[in-house]
Design a protein around this ligand. Structure first.
Ligand code: SF4
Ligand code: SF4
Length: 219
């Protein structure tokens, strides 16, 4: 399946309205030592690589080589993801700040807002695994992102694919070993990543994720 790209001006509008930080977030993320940077797969929305490449002033091919891998689903559908098995290439290794803060992937920007697909609908929830969710001020701040995100023309099918891995925790060391070569933008198959989670070393992280407390919001 090929998804229609979200227009660049919609990404611009989103970032102009929602900065992703209320002034408290960086301190909390630093104290949490960036847990999500070591466990999660970062996903780009359809058309988001075009937007981010344009913000960086490079072409999409260069952007893919520098920052992305591809996750291929069972039916051949491809999803753009931030490089796997490495710390995100946008993460400053000294300050631990995100170097694309103003135009970072929207799923990064709205986290701890995550989603669940239920029947034909998509519900947005706050992931209590994230320390930001523990502070009411931050929870309320991120709730503001839900109607904005819901307004983007993201097909339900795209959510269905992404939900199959989005709430899982991955061991980046295992992913790193799993990289087959040195290709800048590598294709991974979802099933091979899920198979990595089956061994004992993954059981603990899976359990942590499955114990997430969630809070559901009606949009
Ligand atoms: S977003 Fe949440 S999990 Fe990620 S570093 Fe910040 S507090 Fe930690
Ligand atoms: S783009 Fe920024 S927020 Fe997203 S994973 Fe990379 S460093 Fe973290």
């Amino acid at each position: 399946m090929i998804f229609e790209k979200i227009p660049i001006n919609m990404f611009n509008n989103f970032h102009n309205i929602f900065s992703g930080s209320n002034g408290k977030t960086f301190k909390i993320c630093r104290e949490c030592e960036g847990a999500c940077e070591h466990n999660k797969i970062g996903t780009l929305l359809p058309g988001e690589k075009d937007y981010m490449a344009s913000r960086l002033g490079i072409n999409v091919r260069e952007f893919e080589d520098l920052y992305l891998d591809v996750l291929e689903m069972d039916d051949g559908t491809r999803i753009d993801v931030l490089k796997l098995g490495k710390l995100c290439p946008f993460l400053n290794r000294k300050t631990f700040e995100c170097e694309c803060r103003e135009f970072k992937p929207i799923l990064c920007k709205i986290y701890p807002v995550v989603f669940k697909v239920e029947g034909e609908g998509v519900n947005f929830i706050i992931d209590s695994w994230c320390q930001l969710s523990q502070k009411e001020e931050c929870r309320n701040y991120f709730k503001n992102a839900i109607p904005l995100f819901s307004a983007l023309p993201v097909p339900a099918e795209w959510f269905r694919y992404v939900i199959s891995y989005d709430d899982l925790c991955f061991d980046y060391d295992q992913l790193k070993k799993h990289r087959k070569g040195t290709k800048p933008c590598e294709v991974f198959y979802l099933q091979e990543l899920l198979d990595l989670l089956k061994d004992e070393s993954k059981a603990e992280s899976l359990q942590i994720c499955s114990e997430m407390e969630i809070e559901k919001f009606m949009v």
